[in-house]
Design a protein around this ligand. Structure first.
Ligand code: GLC
Length: 650
């Protein structure tokens, strides 16, 4: 049994979670907690002991789980029950997400609440609020250096405002996601301050070394996250004569999860935040959380033990909350974060390789690698659900399948150079306007920044007042989104992309941001453009309405659901990509032209008449013409009998 505390009651009513419940209801909740706890207790204990071998700390954890479950607001407890009855809710094709910076979007948390009607208008029903916990300006890494896990950044509001926002979102059917930055704290966090002052207990929550020998050993095997903006994995602290491990920026101190105090306290922070009304928690930089000398300190088995424990802790205390793992790695390293059917870890993961392969395809106009990547994802078990996106707050890293590219005569270093040049607009045929991020002259490696609109030609066309180029760029922007919306999982828009917002160069004038080109695509929301959302004579209106239509089609057509069969089709032309989806008699074939030329294609395995869901026009696929940068969502309704005769891999 977890939780020594007995229900305190006057025989009839009891107050908890901010609401008065009947004793009967409270007893039912208690029984529910114990049942959830019993389901996981044995495995949780086993894994905890494997890492920490510490009975009293495990007992403390169990006590606290009870406390957080008890404190959970009544409305969230109800949500827990509803979602336990529908555990696959996040796999529905009804969801469209958007990530946004609270200040850029609407000033503060109350501002976001006031803008909910706009969010509804975009068709978005899941918002990812970018980091909003307390952080120190100038050393915040966009909020990813958390100084206090229990306080909101003062200029953005308060915890009460956050709760008001999540409650308002829930009323409107909008889900809320936030980051849980668990790999490190800011150097301004209380723990870090006490560690810096020489308090041994707090020093043991980080990686402190008086002598350079161990840091030097680590440096031999640990790669660098920010080779240019923050080289090295350790920072020398002059005032206390120690090195501290800092895998990211020098002010982000890596937490030492070998210390059970760190694990327990971070789990309490996680539950505290979940109880503010989160539906999804993004576990930031999760592959990095366990360090082992002599390894690359990425994806170690203990990381999976910790994520599995988090999953169970969530299911015990706040079962409506799902975990989104931020694993920006190649597919073989990403998929293990789903865990197994019996022992799941994350509910959702970013489809990062598909994202960067899409941008590779934009530059090369060769869809072969993207097709191969989609085949890899489509072959995975259907219970794995990804978050699909074109752009997010971070850079695009070129984590492509270089073994395959090599077979086609393309080698890694020159190819990265080609991509960097193309997306900076340095190549003659390029329409992109982007900037490099962490360019490393030693390895030739560089990553890429810029908004979708700037990377696919809208910025250039607007600047040059070239109406023809603008039309093509808008079409391409929508085609890329249509391709992204066609994938299984949750499509996630980046705020501003719905109105084709271009790069914001003003970060260069802000000394706190100038070194970090990711701020190029972290500009303020252009509400002046949003006013044209319904005006089809403007690029912003065309993109807004186009994305709206895509979102609506996704929500209403069952073939976009997670249970559909998905495959790619041979188009006979490397400039074209075709994706098929089939579910219960509905077949949709998406055809996407990545080139600036009209193309034709023939799909002899798919006879009969199709209707383009985007325009309502009828086509036969034997001789299909696809406009430059254009796309189709071809739909065919089939009777069950002919559907069963369908070849499995058309
Ligand atoms: C994640 C975030 C990134 C941040 C890093 C360090 O990768 O997406 O923006 O810099 O974690 O917390």
């Amino acid at each position: 049994m977890a939780g020594k505390k007995k229900i305190m009651d006057d025989g009839k009513n009891i107050t908890r979670g901010g609401a008065i419940e009947t004793v009967e209801a409270a007893r039912a909740m208690e029984a529910l907690f114990q049942a959830r706890f019993a389901r996981h207790h044995e495995e949780l204990r086993w894994l905890y002991m494997e890492l920490y071998d510490n009975d009293s700390m495990f007992a403390e954890l169990c006590e606290e789980l009870y406390v957080y479950a008890d404190q959970r607001p009544a409305a969230l407890k109800k949500r827990d029950l509803e979602r336990e009855a529908d555990p696959e809710w996040y796999k529905s094709n009804d969801l469209t997400g958007m990530m946004l910076y609270i200040d850029n979007f609407a000033g503060d948390l109350n501002g976001v609440r006031k803008k909910l009607p706009y969010i509804e208008k975009t068709g978005v029903n899941l918002i990812h609020l970018m980091p909003f916990l307390d952080t120190v300006p100038g050393r915040s890494d966009g909020g990813y250096a958390v100084a206090d896990f229990r306080a909101v950044r003062p200029d953005l509001g308060t915890m009460d405002d956050l709760e008001k926002l999540t409650a308002a979102c829930h009323k409107k059917g909008v889900n809320v996601c936030m980051d849980f930055v668990m790999n490190h704290t800011s150097q301004d966090h209380q723990w870090a301050k006490r560690a810096r002052a020489g308090d041994g207990e707090y020093m043991s929550r980080y990686f402190f070394f008086a002598d350079p020998s161990i840091p030097r050993e680590y440096e031999k095997t640990v790669p660098q996250v920010f080779p240019t903006t923050a080289p090295g994995n350790f920072t020398w602290l002059d005032d206390c004569n120690h090195y501290v491990m800092t895998s990211f920026y020098p002010y982000q101190w890596d937490l030492n999860y070998r210390n059970p105090r760190v694990f327990n306290e971070m789990m309490y922070n996680f539950l505290f935040l979940a109880n503010r009304g989160m539906d999804m928690i993004r576990i930031d930089a999760v592959p990095y959380i366990w360090k082992e000398l002599g390894t690359d300190c990425r994806n170690l088995p203990q990381v999976h033990t910790i994520v599995r424990m988090m999953r169970m802790i969530g299911e015990i205390v706040c079962p409506s909350v799902i975990l989104l793992g931020e694993v920006v790695m190649e597919p073989v390293k990403v998929v293990p974060y789903f865990g197994t059917v019996e022992k799941p870890e994350c509910h959702l993961l970013y489809n990062v390789t598909t994202m960067c392969t899409t941008w590779h395809t934009v530059a090369t106009k060769d869809t072969r690698l993207l097709r191969k990547q989609l085949d890899v994802v489509n072959a995975l078990p259907k219970q794995y659900v990804f978050l699909n996106y074109l752009r997010c707050h971070d850079d695009i890293g070129w984590g492509l399948d270089y073994d395959t590219l090599k077979l086609w005569g393309i080698s890694e270093v020159p190819h990265k150079k080609f991509l960097s040049d193309w997306f900076q607009g340095l190549t003659p045929d390029s329409v992109a306007r982007g900037e490099l991020y962490n360019a490393d002259p030693a390895s030739g490696d560089a990553r890429q920044c810029g908004t979708t609109a700037s990377l696919c030609g809208i910025e250039k066309a607007g600047f040059e007042r070239d109406a023809g180029a603008m039309e093509r760029a808008v079409r391409f922007d929508l085609t890329l989104h249509a391709m992204m919306f066609m994938q299984t999982g949750i499509p996630l828009l980046y705020s501003g992309d719905e109105i084709a917002q271009v790069n914001d160069y003003s970060y260069k004038d802000d000394p706190n941001k100038a070194d970090d080109s990711r701020y190029l695509h972290r500009g303020k929301m252009r509400w002046d453009l949003a006013e044209h959302a319904n005006d089809l004579t403007t690029p912003e209106g065309q993109v807004f309405c186009g994305l709206n239509a895509l979102g609506a089609l996704r929500k209403t057509n069952p073939a976009f659901g997670a249970s559909a069969d998905v495959w790619t089709l041979d188009t006979g032309d490397n400039g074209l990509l075709a994706i098929g989806r089939y579910y219960e008699g509905q077949k949709i074939i998406g055809v996407f032209n990545f080139t600036g030329k009209e193309k034709s294609a023939s799909f002899p395995w798919d006879p009969g008449e199709f209707t383009d869901l985007l325009t309502g026009e009828k086509y036969v696929l034997e001789d299909l013409h696809i406009p430059a940068y254009g796309c189709y969502y071809m739909e065919q309704k089939q009777s069950r009998v002919s559907a069963e005769a369908e070849p499995a891999d058309a």
